[in-house]
Design a protein around this ligand. Structure first.
Ligand SMILES: *Cc1c(COP(=O)(O)O)cnc(C)c1O
Length: 424
């Protein structure tokens, strides 16, 4: 659908603040303080009732964070955006708003590690059941939805399997049973993706990743496209009688986010607002690097099963291309012979860093099963289907030749022969 990347840079660079800054600062200053003073008690009362748009307390709202939310709203085309203290906080807040004891979530076991654990352990204690199924299988999805299903939750590109479900189909299946579709679009940012056009109702993003501008800070975002009718939701039906499709947004903003204390810090919002300005450029360059590296890895005999959505022989290629266009992100995985081979390969790398995180400006590599998924019991490890011989690589903005050279030297166990790099 998106053959061309949407140019979000100028959209952001030309966007002025809603309220003029006192000193005409071009970057929104960090309003790092907690409280805001009022001229009189009446104004203060109105502020607490949300009648005059004034700030009261930075756990509830903050001018620096609002500028970030406004920019995200511009580029995501969401009706409402709420910034959270992390991607996990954003996911938690969504389910604190819609789930209830006895309800269930239909999702895939192919999930980011903490999301899996949130569903499988944390929410379970509150009697929210998670039904793990294959989101590529229409019948399995339909079989798992019932009148207690509070959402279908899907990662638009799954981490680390790089699976791509048909979002329009998921949206159709969900809506035909009065269930909202929630997508985690952390792995495919807005230059390539418009969630609303594919029928996603609520979108969450870990802004720690692409958006932060090179791993500057932890943050999360909740986008409400206000496309879902909440009148059958046990948690939101009362509210929806008066505010209609804004019921989720209003509950989230006026109750949940302030009660969970998960609002974004203004320091983070400042950094991530700057990150947004270069998002398009970084995403394009990192995605290009990722695809060329994937093609290169396919030519190396020791490397098996190179998984990158942009490779035409990849099972997710067609759907990825249809939904996200030419650039499908900067993450790939590949397999080596076994776990010891993975470990010694990791230990010999000199340019690519051994670290967890995605979409830093630097390339990062990790052995997911021994790290991200290491605390899961054997049954859960089986469910998530991450093989022991798999490595996950998040490709950065380095010169691609340096990355290739590093991989070759680490595979061949050669002594330090970084001629190109040493000559730089
Ligand atoms: C990292 C990540 C998260 C969690 O985000 P944090 O900002 O680390 O809390 C959620 N979903 C996906 C797909 C991720 O990659």
């Amino acid at each position: 659908m998106n053959k061309e990347q949407k140019d979000i840079s100028s959209l952001i660079l030309n966007r002025r603040f809603q309220q003029k800054d006192t000193y005409n600062s071009i970057s929104m200053p960090i309003y790092g303080g907690v409280a805001f003073e009022f001229d009189n008690a009446e104004e203060m009362e109105d502020a607490f009732l949300g009648k005059n748009g004034k700030y009261t307390y930075s756990r509830i709202s903050n001018p620096t964070v609002e500028v970030f939310e406004d920019r995200v709203q511009q580029i995501s085309e969401a009706k409402h955006v709420l910034a959270a203290s992390s991607g996990m906080a954003a996911i938690l807040d969504i389910f604190m708003t819609i789930a209830y004891a006895g309800s269930n979530i239909v999702t895939s076991p192919h999930l980011f590690g903490n999301t899996f654990s949130l569903f499988n352990s944390t929410l379970k204690v509150f009697e929210v059941e998670t039904r793990f199924c294959n989101l590529l299988d229409e019948q399995e999805i339909t079989r798992n939805i019932d009148d207690k299903t509070c959402a279908i939750f899907v990662e638009a590109i799954t981490n680390p399997h790089l699976e791509v479900a048909d979002l329009q189909l998921l949206s159709f299946l969900a809506h035909s049973k009065n269930v909202p579709l929630i997508a985690d679009s952390t792995l495919v940012p807005w230059p390539a993706f418009n969630a609303k056009k594919l029928g996603v109702d609520l979108e969450i993003v870990s802004s720690t990743k692409y958006i932060s501008g090179g791993a500057t800070s932890i943050g999360g975002l909740i986008m409400d496209h206000q496309t879902f009718d909440w009148s059958n939701s046990p948690r939101l039906k009362e509210l929806s009688k008066t505010v209609g499709e804004q019921a989720f947004t209003i509950k989230l903003r006026n109750e949940i986010s302030r009660n969970t204390g998960t609002y974004m810090s203004p320091y983070v919002a400042f950094l991530q607002s700057l990150g947004l300005e270069t998002l398009s450029l970084r995403f394009k360059k990192a995605s290009e690097n990722c695809l060329s590296l994937a093609k290169f890895l396919q030519t190396i005999p020791q490397i098996k099963e190179v998984n990158c959505i942009g490779l035409p022989d990849n099972p997710s290629y067609k759907m990825g291309n249809k939904q996200f266009g030419e650039y499908s992100g900067a993450m790939l995985t590949f397999n080596l012979k076994d776990r010891p081979t993975c470990f010694s390969f990791l230990n010999r790398l000199q340019v690519i860093r051994r670290a967890t995180n995605l979409f830093d400006n630097k390339s990062l590599i990790i052995h997911p099963l021994s790290t991200i998924y290491s605390t899961l019991n054997d049954k859960c490890k089986k469910m998530i289907e991450v093989p022991n011989e798999m490595l996950r690589l998040s490709v950065g903005l380095e010169n691609i030749e340096d990355l290739k050279e590093d991989i070759l030297q680490a595979l061949n166990n050669e002594k330090k022969n970084r001629t190109r790099l040493l000559s730089l």
